[in-house]
Design a protein around this ligand. Structure first.
Ligand SMILES: NC(=O)c1ccc[n+]([C@@H]2O[C@H](COP(=O)([O-])OP(=O)(O)OC[C@H]3O[C@@H](n4cnc5c(N)ncnc54)[C@H](OP(=O)(O)O)[C@@H]3O)[C@@H](O)[C@H]2O)c1
Length: 296
């Protein structure tokens, strides 16, 4: 298939480009400033020039806290930008794959969220992403929306890299690392999301899917697993969100429960998302192999 990855310089976009190319699709990527998804003509021109069968939209305004004060920018990229892609895709007969987020939920549910649960975003980012889902459904019937969460990949900035950096410094000064233990979710490895996307586009089962790695943990659990994986001699201690926010204020509220159940993928027999622990293992191996390639 001819695949166009929009936002190919972002964390997921970089891995999507590689995964599609390894799967022997004809793939190309565009990103800002060569495309600005908030400008309809820019999207039209890019899609007309590439004539893709499938567009994977990895572009978004993802700075969650900045979205609180830059609401217009958030909605321009995360809602209207997605509609621009949906309209152009429909005109050119392309299928769209779009990524959304656990932040569409308020996190008050006591069990994992399924696709039929009612969204109720707490933050501007979550509201803009929910509007993006709706705008895509209005503008493009041949579309897949995958809600993902707690994303990390070797080619992006993410929680794993932040915690590893802090842990390495604290190991030297013999200080502990305090990590939030009252927010739960599922760390989700970019490479697994890309594989799930590539298998979904072989079908015409369009619609909304939850697509995170399997299992759940708190940020504290994830931090402990990261420190163990890298054998960093540091104590990781649990704290509450309230305690953390006193030290590191954040503008956007986060849902306490971010766990998404891949119910629709499972019902369709399409769920290939492995447990999150496997994602972490594969991440470490991938990083080692990249390091080896750099040295050789
Ligand atoms: N990261 C997470 O934990 C997470 C969790 C759930 C869902 N998601 C969703 O997953 C998707 C991929 O996330 P990610 O972490 O890979 O994001 P990312 O690293 O921030 O990449 C987004 C890319 O989009 C580009 N972009 C921003 N505004 C644009 C515009 N107006 N026109 C064209 N390109 C634009 C960015 O360019 P600049 O860098 O130049 O701005 C960047 O290259 C997003 O839809 C995000 O909402 C992410």
């Amino acid at each position: 298939m001819k695949i166009l990855v929009i936002g190919h310089l972002g964390q997921l976009g970089k891995d999507m480009l590689r995964a599609a190319s390894s799967a022997e699709h004809a793939v190309s990527g565009v990103d800002f400033p060569d495309i600005d998804i908030t400008v309809p003509a820019s999207v039209q021109n890019s899609i007309a020039a590439h004539a893709p069968d499938v567009i994977v939209n990895c572009a978004a305004f993802t700075a969650v806290d900045q979205c609180e004060t830059k609401s217009a920018k958030a909605f321009a990229a995360n809602a209207e930008g997605v509609a621009n892609i949906g309209l152009a895709a429909t005109e050119h007969g392309a299928t769209v794959v779009h990524l959304s987020t656990d932040y569409v939920f308020d996190g008050t549910k006591k069990s994992p969220y399924v696709e039929t649960d009612s969204p109720n975003p707490l933050s501007v980012y979550g509201k803009s992403k929910l509007a993006g889902e709706q705008r895509l459904m209005e503008t493009c019937s041949r579309s897949f929306i995958l809600r993902i969460a707690w994303l990390y990949g070797t080619r992006g900035n993410n929680f794993l890299k932040t915690i590893r950096g802090i842990a390495l410094k604290r190991a030297e000064t013999h200080e502990q690392v305090n990590v939030v233990n009252d927010q739960v979710g599922t760390p989700t490895y970019t490479v697994h999301v890309c594989r799930q996307i590539l298998s979904l586009i072989e079908t015409d089962l369009y619609g909304l899917y939850h697509s995170t790695n399997e299992g759940l943990c708190s940020w504290f659990d994830f931090a402990r697993a990261i420190v163990r994986a890298y054998r960093i001699p540091v104590v990781v201690a649990p704290c509450t969100t309230a305690e953390f926010l006193r030290l590191v204020p954040q503008s956007a509220p986060r849902p306490a429960n971010s766990v998404l159940e891949n119910e629709r993928l499972k019902k369709a027999g399409l769920n290939i998302m492995p447990p999150w622990e496997q994602g972490l293992e594969e991440y470490v191996l991938e990083e080692k192999s990249q390091e080896g390639n750099r040295l050789s």
